[in-house]
Write a new protein. Structure first.
Length: 75
């Protein structure tokens, strides 16, 4: 009788540990929020782009060369 209870107890413990491990593996890694300090707004279309991907003309930022050309032609 005691041996049966011990086996059942052991099986329950193993199932609880297995469930905990699988839940931790399924949990996605937390994403880092995008800081507004790392983005700039395109002067023409008003979209935000990463500052390292932006194209600058003086202190003005653009998301692509086409918007820089369009803005230069309209000025």
């Amino acid at each position: 009788m005691f041996k049966s209870v011990l086996i059942i107890f052991f099986v329950i413990i193993v199932l609880i540990i297995a469930r905990t491990v699988t839940q931790r593996l399924k949990k996605p890694a937390p994403k880092e929020p995008i800081s507004h300090n790392d983005t700039v707004q395109c002067l023409l279309c008003k979209t935000y782009v990463p500052s390292e991907d932006a194209i600058y003309k003086g202190d003005k930022a653009f998301c692509c060369a086409q918007h820089l050309n369009d803005w230069s032609q309209s000025s």
